[in-house]
Design a protein around this ligand. Structure first.
Ligand SMILES: [Zn+2]
Ligand SMILES: [Zn+2]
Length: 250
């Protein structure tokens, strides 16, 4: 397999809680040097993922926590892998890494086709030539953030779901891209725990000194461009709003 230049990130879905019509909740495809890694697999992700990656080629799925908007479609993906392997189109089982639950406690059915592993915060993973490191979030169920580093030193940090926490600032330090949840507007600050306002996302980006910010995990109300304005109050670098099918290369 030829070496591709850079790490490519594709937004499969960017909605919190439930997908907007014809869209998806959390799902981000990361491709580097022939490896294809899906970060989270919420509702709507399995269908839309196939616009960008055949299910024969997907190497691994990393689930940051077990809320439905991050894991729901992985159970349908298991059936896709089962069928593709039975008809000989896919050669190897799929690796699924989950934080916050033991594999036996999750409703997977076919361990010969989908290999489910627990994520241990203190144990980095290697998938292909990508290194993954983790930190613990503030959320109402166990939830992790993940830092992906390519062989050539490119870094993507994905927050998963979290309230404001120092550990995310540490994990995100000098990242090329911080993909971070911004579930709330500033007027909602302090009303709900376990998620970030866009202003808090901007503050984390500034303190971590990241190179660019990609806001995601959106609320279903208000003007999303206001999230950018609120993040800009804290962070002076480039800020993008995630959208379905958006691609970014680093
Ligand atoms: Zn969520
Ligand atoms: Zn959540």
């Amino acid at each position: 397999m030829g070496k591709e230049s850079g790490m490519n990130i594709t937004v499969i879905g960017c909605w919190g809680a439930y997908p907007e019509k014809n869209e998806a909740t959390s799902g981000y495809l990361v491709e580097y040097n022939g490896s294809k890694i899906l970060l989270d697999c919420g509702s709507g992700v399995l269908s839309r993922l196939q616009n960008h990656c055949s299910l024969e080629e997907l190497d691994a799925v990393v689930i940051t926590h077990t809320h439905a908007d991050h894991i729901a479609d992985v159970y349908s993906l298991e059936f896709a892998i089962l069928i593709l392997m039975q008809i000989g189109k896919r050669k190897k089982p799929l690796d699924v890494y989950v934080y916050g639950s033991e594999p036996d406690d999750l409703p997977f059915c076919f361990p010969q086709y989908v290999h489910v592993h627990s994520i241990n915060i203190s144990e980095p993973l290697i998938i292909g030539t990508v290194k993954l490191e983790f930190s613990e979030n503030l959320h109402d169920v166990p939830s992790c953030a993940v830092r992906l580093t390519s062989e050539d030193g490119k870094t993507l940090v994905y927050s998963g779901d979290t309230g404001y926490c120092q550990s995310l600032i540490e994990l995100a330090r000098h990242a090329d891209v911080l993909l971070i949840e911004s579930s709330f507007y500033e007027w909602q600050k302090g009303l709900m725990d376990g998620h970030l306002t866009a202003g808090e996302a901007g503050a984390i980006a500034a303190l971590a000194n990241v190179k660019q910010l990609l806001l995601t995990h959106f609320p279903h109300y208000g003007e999303l461009t206001q999230l950018v304005e609120e993040a800009t109050q804290h962070y002076g670098g480039p800020i993008h709003l995630a959208s379905g099918d958006m691609k970014l290369s680093i």
